[in-house]
Design a binder for this molecule. Structure first.
Ligand SMILES: [Zn+2]
Length: 638
């Protein structure tokens, strides 16, 4: 701890003591702990607003009515909600605290402030079995248990409970070098049951392990998280979230309520300015006609349920893998769902959708992303959508097993048209390119991407794969030339030419080190490569001779582009090097099979042939091999 921090802490203690002990007469001093706190003419939300108080304002508190404090405002009697005023009516006494029958002995006297008991955070955390940490820089208490986190800040009534901001009735404070936190709030945040006995001044806390029930209800007036519609006449608005609680109002079918907090079986709502609880079964869970009969099942480990169809909206809860929910409404890539009492929005990229029990699949309307010298369109898969691609005369068709595909709303100079048509197994996306443009289609579990690239090598990401390396020598020539060394040299020569032409080169094996075959594929995919060239030389018999180029037509979805590139490669290799043209062949080599971009593997010549090994030893010959591959890519991206 730094010296200045010690001084600050000492100052805060003095300040706290000053604030908490300055009472003597009938009027108590209150400190406002929130901004824009309404001052009202009556102790209810119906009272007219006389003005506003700001954080840190001092007020005289002359009385109390339910949740409201009577204060003096501009010389007049007025009211403000007690949640945002800290009153210095501290009394200290012998409070008995027990957790699960065991007495808790705080190292300092607990403080009763505004009817809330504050205790040192460590003693209560330990008693509850909650892991806790103090951060002196931020003056925050970090508590966690069973993956649930609670963060409290000294001087603030805002508490982060499992990622959500909740308000405590009283802010944590520092007193006598101890950080005190509100006992009830903290215990309830970790699912404990808290009972206060006024006569004996004792607190009895019971907590089962793994009991992380939702946090206590907010006592302030949070922003509504959504509006819901009452489904039945005679729905009762309750004062507290229990069935026997007094009824504040009776609501009829069609009434709209603003949901302030989802508290499990009960919703804390605002209805015509009145706040109370309704049972969650009372509100709308009706499906819009277009999603009639639709349900979803979560495919991600955990899927957030949010207050609206946006990743930045408030998190209301989460669904876990395999959990099912009723779809109430769809909006682009988001679905409004109901699961038990939880109603909110989920991203449909992590679900499978069903209509009347039958799996449905579709692709969302695409997103457009500009950058890296290209434009990328991304269609998100919803349901178990599989995609493939077919090269066409003037572009590409992305075939799918989807029932429907969102419309393509974009204009792009490289695209003449994008249309959805019927394919063999489902809908397909027909892309017709303008002259002077190329494409790469990338398939993954969650989406399918279309990159539109202008012609020319500039801006292309070329993955060069020098065959073998490290402990793997590859073939050995008749006089001992190692294939791995030769492959790396041709790769370096080609790299220099491509970079001079403005391309970006990604080397799967930049030096002599060994890289596994799957590692090479990963490098290609992780770097967003546009094309993959694996460079080798052959070995069989002393009379074998010539150059070969390979593509793979099975698993690689870009195989037609691979074949086009392979055909060009064998043409340029044989003509530049004067070698025998052994052809462009379909072959299942790992690196051209497992890659999903256009990928070829070339064999420059035979190391087992004394004449060809002699040529492969010549720098000019390897330079020509690199030239041939450079011309291949130049022609491919023409
Ligand atoms: Zn090889």
């Amino acid at each position: 701890m730094g010296k200045s921090r010690r001084i600050l802490q000492a100052f805060l203690v003095v300040l706290a003591v000053f604030l908490f002990t300055g009472q003597a007469d009938a009027a108590e001093k209150g400190t406002v702990t929130g901004n824009n706190l309404n001052v009202r003419s009556a102790p209810s939300l119906d009272g007219s607003v006389l003005g506003k108080l700001q954080n840190g304002d001092q007020v005289q508190v002359t009385g109390k009515q339910n949740d409201w404090l009577e204060i003096t405002y501009n010389g007049q009697k007025a009211f403000a909600h007690k949640a945002y005023i800290s009153v210095a009516n501290q009394t200290s006494g012998a409070f008995a605290i027990s957790v699960n029958g065991k007495a808790v002995k705080p190292p300092t006297t607990p403080v009763m402030k505004d009817n809330h008991l504050l205790v040192p955070f460590r003693v209560i955390s330990e008693a509850l079995g909650v892991t806790v940490r103090w951060d002196n820089d931020t003056r925050q208490v970090f508590a966690k248990d069973n993956g649930k986190k609670v963060i409290m800040t000294v001087g603030s009534t805002k508490v982060n409970v499992a990622g959500e901001t909740v308000t405590t009735p009283i802010a944590p404070s520092i007193q006598n070098d101890y950080t005190l936190i509100p006992l009830r709030f903290f215990s309830e945040a970790f699912g404990a049951n808290v009972h206060w006995d006024q006569d004996t001044q004792s607190v009895t806390i019971k907590r089962n392990e793994n009991s992380n029930t939702p946090p206590p209800n907010p006592s302030d007036t949070p922003n509504p998280i959504m509006t819901n519609t009452i489904q039945a006449n005679g729905t009762e608005l309750k004062k507290t979230p229990i069935a026997s609680s007094s009824t504040l109002a009776t609501l009829n079918k069609g009434a709209k309520v603003d949901v302030l907090k989802n508290d499990g079986n009960w919703l804390y709502v605002s209805y015509n300015g009145e706040k109370g609880y309704i049972h969650s079964s009372a509100v709308s869970a009706s499906q819009s006609p277009e999603v009639s009969g639709m349900t979803l099942k979560v495919t991600a480990t955990s899927l957030n349920v949010r207050s609206s169809g946006s990743a930045s909206s408030q998190k209301l809860g989460a669904l876990t893998k395999g959990q099912e929910a009723k779809v109430l409404e769809m909006n682009d890539t988001w679905a409004k769902v109901q699961s038990g009492s939880l109603v909110g929005w989920v991203h449909t990229g992590y679900v499978t959708l069903y209509k009347n029990g039958e799996l449905i699949r579709f692709l969302s309307a695409p997103e457009k992303i500009d950058g890296n010298g290209r434009t990328t369109f991304v269609w998100h898969k919803q349901g178990n959508v599989n995609t493939r691609q077919i090269m066409t005369d003037n572009g590409v068709a992305i075939s799918t097993n989807a029932n429907s595909i969102g419309s393509f709303p974009f204009q792009h100079p490289g695209i003449k048209s994008v249309n959805t048509t019927d394919g063999s197994y489902g809908k397909q996306i027909q892309v017709i390119l303008a002259p002077g443009y190329h494409y790469v289609v990338r398939h993954s579990g969650g989406d399918v991407q279309l990159d539109i690239l202008p012609s020319g090598l500039s801006g292309k990401k070329i993955v060069l794969d020098a065959g073998h390396g490290g402990r793997d020598n590859g073939a050995t020539g008749v006089t001992g030339l190692l294939e791995k060394t030769l492959n790396l040299d041709v790769t370096k020569k080609l790299k220099a030419k491509l970079e001079a032409a403005g391309a970006t080169v990604i080397e799967s094996r930049p030096d002599g080190a060994y890289v596994s075959l799957s590692g090479r594929v990963d490098i290609a995919h992780q770097n967003g490569g546009d094309a993959f060239i694996s460079i080798h030389s052959d070995s069989f018999s002393a009379t074998s001779h010539g150059s070969t180029s390979f593509y793979h037509s099975g698993e690689n979805p870009s195989w037609q582009q691979s074949k086009k590139m392979s055909d060009l490669a064998i043409h340029y290799l044989s003509s530049e090097l004067g070698t025998h043209n052994r052809g462009s062949k379909d072959q299942s080599f790992h690196v051209i099979r497992e890659t999903n971009i256009p990928a070829i593997l070339i064999e420059v010549a035979f190391l087992s042939n004394p004449n060809e090994e002699h040529l492969l030893k010549q720098d000019w010959f390897r330079e020509k091999a690199a030239d041939a591959l450079f011309k291949t890519l130049q022609a491919y991206y023409k």
